[in-house]
Design a protein around this ligand. Structure first.
Ligand SMILES: [Zn+2]
Length: 153
């Protein structure tokens, strides 16, 4: 399942990427390019807006009713649109949705804070925007949050 999130859902898009989902974040105002892209790339549209209505049988539109990103995630889980087991966690760049690649530790030196470099063994880089990631405390925190989210639902 691949998604395209409208401009109201930037935070949700990042959270879904954290779960490993392929999510394009569409910042534009116009509905047509979004629908066109969704059709071309076979993506489910996530929107808060009521403007979107399916016009062709292949159009899949999920209207999110919740306002808060944490509740929006829960809404998607409850409606069985996403699941925790489907994708590897933290495999995508949160900024641009690209799949991360593991890099040799030396390559991270100077690109992350020194204390992180000395603490961590594994580093990943986004091949598109070059952002460097590591499995640090932020991820532990997120894993806990994701686990809670799925358990509560
Ligand atoms: Zn990136």
């Amino acid at each position: 399942m691949k998604f395209i999130a409208d401009r109201m859902l930037g935070k949700l898009a990042k959270e879904l990427r954290m779960l490993g989902y392929d999510v394009v974040y569409y910042r534009g105002e116009d509905a047509y390019p979004l629908i066109k892209l969704a059709r071309e790339e076979d993506r489910v549209i996530l929107t808060r807006s009521t403007r979107f209505t399916p016009k062709r049988p292949e159009d899949r539109i999920v209207r999110i009713t919740e306002d808060k990103p944490s509740l929006q995630m829960r809404e998607l889980i409850q409606r069985k649109i996403i699941s925790l087991t489907e994708k590897p966690l933290f495999s995508r760049c949160l900024g641009c949705n690209t799949l991360l690649i593991e890099i040799p530790r030396e390559e991270a030196e100077g690109k992350v804070p020194d204390f992180i470099f000395y603490q961590q063994r594994e580093f990943f880089r986004c091949p598109r925007c070059s952002k460097v990631y590591w499995p640090g405390s932020h991820q532990d925190h997120m894993k806990k949050r994701i686990k809670e989210l799925f358990e509560q639902t």
